[in-house]
Design a protein around this ligand. Sequence first.
Ligand code: 13P
Length: 252
Amino acid sequence: MPNRPYIVGNWKMNGTRAMLSEARAIDRAAARYPGVQVALAPPFTLIAAMAAEAQAIGIGGQDCHTAVKGAHTGDISAAMLADAGAKLAIVGHSERRGDHGETDAVVKAKAEVALAQGLGVIVCVGETLAERDAGNAEAVVKGQVAASLPDLPEEPQRVAVAYEPVWAIGTGRVAAVSDVIAMHRAIRATLTQAWGAEGAKVRILYGGSVNAENAGDLLAAEGVGGALVGGASLTAESFLAIVAAASSAREE
Ligand code: 13P
């Protein structure tokens, strides 16, 4: 099982060229943590500029279309991401599922096209508060994983799953470590069901209000292979504190 923690910053719809200096600082400092794999997913407009300079970190897109090219105004394909220097694509983020009506089938198609273009993918899943309160969190997330996961690729280690409970995103309300452990175990079981032994090669990340204070406990938890970080990835100072926590959690 891959044990290098994977710390990914998702800038969402934040960042103009003025913020390239933050990415530069993150890249420079990440070189000091070879035991941690670090990536940033800026808005599409910054990918090429960041990728041209990045040495220690991977640069990725926050989405891609299911097609490689065509009449889809405003969309970006996985081939275009790769051409701009991206190494990965996030697919199925709850904000995409919510804002753009993306279904599990669409997310699966996006993951497959991204893999076919040579990118790594992070498939996002997570329950809403209503689903958790109704006692359905595990069933919902297992269902999302089973239906959003690409068919077994040649290099399953290029796939990561991010568990991001919707109620924990941008709210400052982080999931309890025990709940994260239980959910990651359920996700692992679903991966093994789908891919057999190869399912062990997928890293499972946690996302939702991860910050410098809570990262250490989350990243040391059983089955947590990294973090997908929103707000706290927007400055080098806060993001690097999480990278440092991942490095220490690994050494413990
Ligand atoms: P926050 O870290 O801002 O809660 O966002 C999490 C997220 O959605 C990352 O993809």
